[in-house]
Design a protein around this ligand. Sequence first.
Ligand SMILES: [Zn+2]
Length: 446
Amino acid sequence: MSTLLIRGGRVISPEDGIDDELDVWVEDGVIRLIDRQISTPADETLDAHKQIVSPGFIDLHVHFREPGGEVSETIKTGIEAAVAGGFTAVCPMPNTRPVNDSPELTRFMVEQARHIGLARVFPIAAATLQSEGAQVTDFAALAAAGAVAFSDDGRPIKTASLMRQALDRAGALGLPIIDHCEDPALSAGGIINQGPIAEKLGLPGIPNESEDACVARDLALAAETGAPLHLAHLSTAGAIQMVREAKRNGVRVTCEVTPHHFTLTEKAVEEYGANAKMNPPLRSAKDRDAILEGIADGTVDVIATDHAPHAPKLKSKSIAAASFGVIGLETALGLAIAQLVDPGRISLVRLIELLSSRPARIIRQPSGRLRIGEAADITIFDPRREWTYHAEAGKSKSRNSPFDGWKLKGAVTATLVSGKIVYRRADQSTTPLPVEPAQKKKQAQP
Ligand SMILES: [Zn+2]
């Protein structure tokens, strides 16, 4: 038996109503006790004084590019970036090459992750074959292989009738459809947000209505079917307002926003060029403020990164030619504390809810909480720690971030999956964590 003690941290688990200075005792990867000053000696002790002990973060929206785009990211490098950012579980989107529309590929991703042994991977399988929007995939077989939701991310589910069929079938399994809301005809050829910056730079714009029209369509169908719908990376004031009203009317809808959309506006394009190009695009200050309001009032359920790595050759082009997307796993916490918690927009408890318990409930996994008898997936972070992000020093294989060189606040100090320390911050100057105990542990596993 191996034992681990996390000592002296502020333990927060929103779903369990825990927010107190407590110790956490882990045996063979499972939480066995959460109490004041546990004095039993453990094989390993983590000193968490002045730090937050949180349920492991879960990212509902990442792109790991394997198979087919390994030049930009692999499951391994993606997972390494995830645990460095405090994420104990991630949901890779299906727009790989080939598209993940099969139980075989879904199983491959889960098994790769298990073999790598760091974070958990819960694949989101394609909602339609090859995400082409002609025929829905075999949801039951995909779910049996490990898929936790269905999406054609990168593009919306093509037609309203397909969307209704997908909602019906996924709803019968109790799983959500995740939609990337965009009207491809309205946004066709668009590079950045339609507005003053696009005009100034002479670039074709992507209008808010492209997202709003698709959100309206999806909400109508979610209301009609009663099936769970999750809206990815919302970027417009209109979309946030529609979700707010739909929730009030009892529609089973949840939504996520990204750190780049709650931090930046379209103005960032002038400074960061292609590293501020993503889909949906950075919008106006009015849209950004609406997102912040949605985070504060509970309309927004989840912070997801939409981590979208691209090798330099795909990004170091003119902004018009560069690929859409930015990486985000390693900067999410630092941006969220700097932009949301520090200015007093939300509490740390609410932030942890956005990063752990809410996403866990959406994909129906028994995580995102700190509960006796459950796996010790835990993120320990220092909310006051300031640090500078250098994309070059990141774990992701790609460097396409507008936040390169930014000073962030809030640093992950250790990430645990099933009680195993899968990441530990190298520079522990302010609060050193003790190293392995002197005596050798028995390697026998039950
Ligand atoms: Zn998307």
